[in-house]
Design a protein around this ligand. Sequence first.
Ligand SMILES: Nc1nc2c(ncn2[C@@H]2O[C@H](COP(=O)(O)OP(=O)(O)OP(=O)(O)O)[C@@H](O)[C@H]2O)c(=O)[nH]1
Ligand SMILES: [Mg+2]
Length: 292
Amino acid sequence: MTQNPLPASSEAAPPKKAKSNTQADDKYVPPVLKKIQGQLLDQGVEANLVGNLINLALETLSPGTLGDGEACRKSIVQLLGAELPVQRGAGRFLLGNVACLIGGSGGGKTSSTAKLALFYSETMNKKITWVCADTVRSGAVAEARAYADALGFNLKLVYTPEDLKDLTLGAGPDDLFLVDTPGCNPYSENQMIELGALLSELPKRCTYLVAPATIKESDLFQLSASLGVFHIDGVIITKLDETHSFGSVYNFARRNRIPLSYFAAGRDAARDLEVADPVRLASALFGKEWSK
Ligand SMILES: Nc1nc2c(ncn2[C@@H]2O[C@H](COP(=O)(O)OP(=O)(O)OP(=O)(O)O)[C@@H](O)[C@H]2O)c(=O)[nH]1
Ligand SMILES: [Mg+2]
């Protein structure tokens, strides 16, 4: 069994920014590690996590590794990646035949529904029904219809929670229902109640939180704290191509313990989805952009 090298934080909300970890400050830190420490702090990785990581590296890495920039960075990336939970079976199987995508407005739910629909139909031969539960916002139904027509999927429109009641009746083993939901303001009680009413009709669903990498860290934590009441199975991080800063996504995944499921980095439904690889996210902390 692999040990968890970095102590887990006890709370899910981001802590007040500490300047840096004093233990690591007191020790001699070789220049290679010092540079890595600076890069991680510049990316916005929490100072406490960075400090713990530096202490761990000082204790476990050999003098040879600590003196070699590339080798040291690779070891640190592995340590950082090992900390992040990943959804079991992501990209390989799905428990049940209903997946719901929830999240804030404009975060990429509809685009991710299209990407997942293509992914599951192509890699697992799933027969997709696109369930559009966002039937109030102007243009949302036309958008869903355009996607479903273009990609050749069945479309079901949902106007009330009751419309979901018999959704899976008569479904075969290859049927997969992807439910795209309206954008939810985590500060709006009414919208939370409406989303809850919708989801309660689908007790056996798999629920994905869709969150853009460009969102402010505190809003990301608020979004997941509010929507967490619906039991989130995994997170789809979108818009990774629209930022050069990945620290807040790292902090979020590290502290929140909600498993990562998929990464999206672009608008192309056929190309821009990948199964979440935590080492890839950790590597991005040292790059200039999300490389394709
Ligand atoms: N660059 C980039 N753009 C993205 C990505 N995902 C989504 N978008 C774009 O972001 C915008 C919003 O995406 P949607 O999928 O409509 O977001 P939504 O969450 O369904 O939005 P609402 O239904 O209004 O709540 C669209 O212009 C998408 O093309 C991504 O990974 N990268
Ligand atoms: Mg949408």
